[in-house]
Design a protein around this ligand. Structure first.
Ligand SMILES: Nc1ncnc2c1ncn2[C@@H]1O[C@H](COP(=O)(O)OP(=O)(O)O)[C@@H](O)[C@H]1O
Ligand SMILES: [Mg+2]
Length: 364
């Protein structure tokens, strides 16, 4: 093992509805990398992607982390007029391992993973494929179905069907799924654009709402269920944590309930029979394999109250990492403290080395 510390680059913020959550996650991860038994193995630089897609060097990033809230346009030098990636700030090309702490589109979806793959710099978490498949609910469900994993009945909808033949679409969904049902844009998160429908009027309104966010939609049969989550960590061999349960005082876990203090709480470990925990843990690892997720993932379940059926709901390949987030709390409860968790994530990235595609290209 070399005694030179590894230069880590933590990148956070991003052009996403979850920009603000990313800042909170980044604070937790950066603090954990800077303390603990392995801190001297790393030199950590943070990089900030503002809400318009520009990258900023550590001086700006550290100020955003200290303030804890998104940088506004007037706080950033006014030279940046064109939105989108405009090149790397100073120091980014020295990074030996990237640690993306970005949630949602433009960060959890394979885009930044593609950039790091092209650069041939190892990074924490899933590659392009796992990130992209995990992000898109239509693709994710197709991958889960192909792996034989249990999901509530669902239908994929193209927003064009809504404008071309709404009556036929509504008939198809009513016949196949009935009420209540949930309508979701395929590519968001944090419950944004999701609604629950109990009749034809609400279904139409829900489809229109979701179509305003994304042309790819998913409609699911609604279930009355407890919501359980499991954390996964690993590369070729994966381990699953104890389960957690999200409890909330609302009809379903909507945006308002997710992000208002006091409206929800977590129970860790979840109070469920051991056999169910084991089933969920095995299913969580199978879900990662089904979408090619690597490194880390949080897998969410519906545990149906009446039937006792365990359904797979979704996978998050860059789950929330704030001090209140389920992912680090599940590992803490499984005996893996935060400092050790982030260290293992970096190690996994180092072990996987160069992205597979470029290795293959060089071998040819
Ligand atoms: N089929 C369903 N039955 C019951 N509740 C659901 C269903 N689908 C979604 N929900 C509710 O909506 C929430 C958000 O849905 P989810 O698919 O997890 O989207 P997101 O990716 O935004 O978290 C869930 O946590 C749950 O409370
Ligand atoms: Mg969810």
């Amino acid at each position: 093992m070399s005694s030179e510390p590894t230069q880590l680059g933590l990148v956070f913020g991003g052009v996403s509805g979850e920009h603000a959550v990313s800042i909170r996650s980044a604070n937790t991860v950066a603090a954990a990398l800077r303390r603990g038994a392995n801190a001297n193995r790393y030199r950590l630089s943070c990089f900030y992607i503002d809400q318009w897609g520009h990258w900023w060097p550590p001086a700006v990033a550290d100020a955003v982390l200290a303030k804890g809230t998104p940088a506004q346009r007037e706080e950033l030098p006014a030279s940046q007029l064109r939105p989108g990636f405009q090149g790397f700030p100073e120091g980014a090309l020295d990074v030996q391992v990237w640690v993306p702490v970005l949630h949602g589109p433009n960060g959890e979806d394979g885009t930044i993973q593609g950039l790091f793959s092209l650069m041939q710099v190892p990074f924490v978490g899933s590659g392009v494929l796992g990130s992209a498949v995990g992000m898109d609910k239509q693709a994710m469900k197709a991958a889960f179905a192909a792996a034989g994993l249990p999901q509530v009945p669902y239908a994929c909808v193209d927003a064009q069907e809504l404008s071309r033949a709404p009556e036929a679409l509504l008939n198809r969904l009513e016949q196949h799924l009935g009420y209540p049902c949930f309508i979701k844009p395929a590519n968001l998160g944090s419950s944004v654009g999701i609604s629950k429908a109990s009749n034809r009027g609400e279904l139409l309104a829900g489809l229109e709402l979701a179509a305003g966010h994304d042309p790819r939609l998913v409609v699911e049969q609604g279930v009355d269920a407890r919501e359980l989550e499991c954390a996964v960590l690993g590369g070729r061999s994966m381990k699953a944590s104890v389960l957690g349960e999200i409890c909330f005082d609302a009809d379903w876990y909507d945006y308002e309930t997710k992000y208002s203090a006091g409206k929800s709480h977590t129970v860790i470990p979840a109070e469920v029979p051991e056999a169910l925990s084991e089933q969920a843990r095995a299913m969580a690892i199978a879900a990662c394999r089904a979408v090619a997720a690597e490194g880390l993932a949080r897998v969410d379940f519906f545990f149906e109250r009446n039937s006792g059926t365990l359904w797979l709901n979704e996978i998050n390949t860059l789950p929330g990492f704030t001090s209140q987030s389920m992912y680090p709390m599940l590992w803490e409860a499984t005996g893996l403290p935060l400092e050790e968790l982030v260290h293992q994530l970096v190690q996994l990235a180092q072990e996987s080395g160069l992205p597979a595609l470029s290795k293959r290209a060089f071998a040819a």
